[in-house]
Design a protein around this ligand. Structure first.
Ligand code: P6P
Length: 339
């Protein structure tokens, strides 16, 4: 009686599509297929934790194959689900060197970039991991899908999202009109709207970085990390809390809700940083900007970087707008001094 209506993902996607009279429903269909694959991967992620802890349970899948390595399983699941949609011409995956063309649909409207299971090295210690996806509209539908369809700036994304397999499993996405979060209710097997119109606080008290790499950061980044620790010589400040899980989706999801900055800077031995532009940084930057935050490589917006290679890396500073701007200020100051 008077209970709040639960809105499930498919209903929400359909509701939002009605707001765009010219929408054909193709993007909606891709999002729905991603939701289905997410539920299947979620089931395996939980079971796989069991396998890792208890060793192999000798389980075989319906094809009689041994249970595959988790990220390969997730990769196959998302590729298969996207291919079945018939609306995806090709897929760029962290797990595959080259793009995957979808048989029979290589002139379809969209392409998808995916990190099927980011942070999967954490699964055997039961740390939250995630899937990151992003959707581009192909530039020229007369051409067969090729790599150039994927090498588009993040600002041209049609949609982006992530699934976090954590204490609960959530799907968070945007199509450019705000960010919404859906929590999986296992009792009905549906993603239910739980975090409508997510906005990231302009300032937070959390910084996320691999502090162990401090010695390898640039002088500007070191100065900003000092500021986060409250030991800056330039600008005295109260210390933030360091929260670093080592799983980008988990670190970013927490900072999106609570406020904070996540950094994976360039280092002396990795001048482009570690994280990939196409299927990690662009989708997360799109989401965070849509939630009112900021994402740069220290100098320019992540979404303005023109990709030249599928697997290229970029440094990233992403999260609460004021905190990212402060990081940029320190970088600018020291680079000017250093120049
Ligand atoms: P490091 C996981 O391997 C990952 O790709 C991201 O999810 C995470 O933020 C980062 O690498 C952690 O890297 O070098 O700090 O262990």
């Amino acid at each position: 009686m008077g209970e709040k209506k639960v809105i499930v993902l498919d209903e929400y996607i359909a509701m939002k599509q009605k707001e765009f009279p010219r929408a054909t429903g193709d993007l909606s269909a891709i999002l729905r297929n991603i939701g289905v694959a997410a539920k299947i991967v979620n089931r395996e992620v939980n079971a796989a934790g069991l396998v890792d802890i208890l060793g192999s349970i000798g389980r075989t899948n319906i094809q009689g194959e041994d249970v595959m390595k988790l990220d390969e399983f997730a990769n196959k699941e998302f590729i298969s689900s996207l291919s079945l949609s018939g609306l995806c011409a090709g897929i760029a995956s962290e797990e595959n060197e080259n793009i995957i063309l979808v048989d029979g649909h290589n002139k379809a409207k969209y392409v998808v970039c995916i990190d099927p299971l980011d942070g999967s090295s954490n699964i055997d210690v039961n740390v939250s991991i995630g899937t990151i996806f992003s959707i581009y509209r192909r530039k020229n539908l007369d051409d067969i899908c090729s790599e150039k369809d994927f090498l588009q700036k993040g600002m041209d994304l049609m949609g982006a999202g992530y699934i976090i397999y954590g204490s609960s499993t959530m799907l968070v996405y945007t199509t450019g009109y705000g960010v919404n979060g859906f929590t999986l209710d296992p009792s009905i097997g549906e993603f239910c709207l739980s975090h409508a119109n997510i906005t990231i606080p302009k300032v937070g008290k959390i910084y996320s970085v691999n502090q162990g790499s401090y010695a390898k950061f640039s002088e500007g980044v070191k100065a900003y990390v000092d500021y986060c620790m409250g030991i800056s010589r330039d600008e005295p400040s109260k210390p933030y809390s360091l929260r670093y899980i080592g799983s980008m989706v988990a670190d970013l999801h927490r900072n999106l809700i609570k406020g904070g900055i996540f950094m994976y800077p360039a280092t002396s031995d990795a001048p482009s940083g570690k994280l990939r532009l196409l299927y990690e940084c662009n989708p997360m930057a799109f989401i965070v900007e849509q939630a009112g935050g900021r994402a740069t490589d220290g100098h320019r917006r992540i979404l303005e970087i023109q990709p030249t290679e599928l697997h290229q890396r970029t440094p990233i500073f992403i999260g609460s707008e004021e905190m990212v701007k402060t990081a940029e200020r320190f970088i600018e100051r020291y680079e000017t001094v250093g120049a």
